[in-house]
Design a protein around this ligand. Structure first.
Ligand code: GUN
Length: 318
């Protein structure tokens, strides 16, 4: 009997985490505490609007108060700063999330630094980035924390393994590399200027890719049996490209026929086929990002009140 790759089901794992967070929310409610999340969404970026709606909906399902602020595209950095200051000062708001990307004229760095570190549920403030780097518990970026949860809950140990991260963004690549290092993997970080990328990816026992290039990592770039974590979320609107990436894939062709697009990851299906385990797209890492945002919001609510935080916190560090 041949054993195929294990599919790491992000939707299932996210549901498990949301259920645990829901229990914590009910425990807080019994003490008269309702965690609150404020999301700032500037202008009209369709992808961001979809994500933010999903974040707000999940808050509702778990009993977390949420508020959406939707300033126009023309808002200035100064006006954004005063919005953030207002939220920093409010006692009913535990988490502040500024949906990225922001319009070009807005100073993103200044804004991320203006969020009070103990309300920084994205983990983007330099203080929280520094805490992660030095292995202290705290608010850590949601997608990397979600990747660690997938590994942990699927009982995939990274201790002493070769972990290769492709992509060095502040949101995914860098914090993921740090969490893997904190968990005692041997970590290599590659990026778009890396020479001879396959030389590195072929050595990876664990390969995390976050580059936004549909089907970029092919079977010849992967060690057979490796664990593959696909962070790419790429929408394809060209039917020929879908057929090229997924020849004969009836399910995807049907989705394309219905919606006029499909979402694919950074791995080519041929790479998944020879892996030991992989996160599918959709249904992999993406589902975890919101679950971890909920976990971070509850953690922030507890931290700010000096309450003991749950077991998920330790997992944030790596
Ligand atoms: N845009 C894409 N991913 C993210 C994220 O994790 N947080 C925020 N704030 N914006 C994003």
């Amino acid at each position: 009997m041949s054993v195929g790759p294990k599919i790491l089901d992000g939707i299932l794992i996210a549901a498990e985490i949301k259920a645990e967070v829901g229990v914590e929310v009910r425990e807080l409610a019994a003490q008269g505490i309702i965690p609150g999340l404020a999301v700032i969404l500037v202008g009209h970026v369709p992808a961001s609007e979809i994500y933010v709606r999903s974040k707000v909906k999940t808050c509702g399902e778990l009993g977390i108060y949420s508020e959406m602020l939707t300033p126009p595209e023309t808002i200035t950095t100064e006006q954004m700063l005063s919005l953030v200051e207002g939220l920093n000062a409010r006692d009913d708001i535990d988490g502040i999330l500024i949906q990225l990307p922001l319009p070009k004229h807005v100073d993103t760095r200044r804004l991320l630094e203006a969020v009070m570190p103990n309300k920084d549920v994205d983990g983007f403030h330099p203080l929280n980035a520094g805490r992660l780097l030095s292995g202290q518990p705290g608010l850590a970026p949601c997608t990397p924390a979600g990747i660690m949860q997938i590994l942990r809950r699927s009982e995939i140990s990274v201790v002493g393994k070769n972990a290769v991260v492709v992509g060095r963004s502040d949101i995914v690549g860098k914090p993921t590399a740090v969490m893997l290092l904190n968990t005692s993997a041997t970590v290599t970080v590659c990026h778009h200027l890396t020479k001879n990328l396959p030389r590195y990816t072929r050595e990876a026992d664990l390969l995390v890719v976050a580059i936004g290039q549909p089907g970029f990592i092919t079977a010849d770039m992967v060690k057979p049996g490796a664990t593959l974590i696909d962070v790419g979320i790429n929408r394809i609107t060209d039917a020929a490209r879908v057929e090229e990436l997924f020849p004969g894939d009836a399910a995807r062709a049907a989705t394309f026929a219905k919606r006029g697009s499909v979402v694919v990851g950074d791995f080519h299906p041929s790479a998944f086929a020879i892996s030991g385990a992989y996160t599918p797209v959709p249904g992999g890492v993406g589902a975890l990002t919101i679950a971890m945002l909920m976990a971070n919001t509850v953690m922030a609510a507890k931290l700010r009140r000096g309450l003991e935080t749950g077991p998920l916190v330790a997992a944030m560090v790596g």
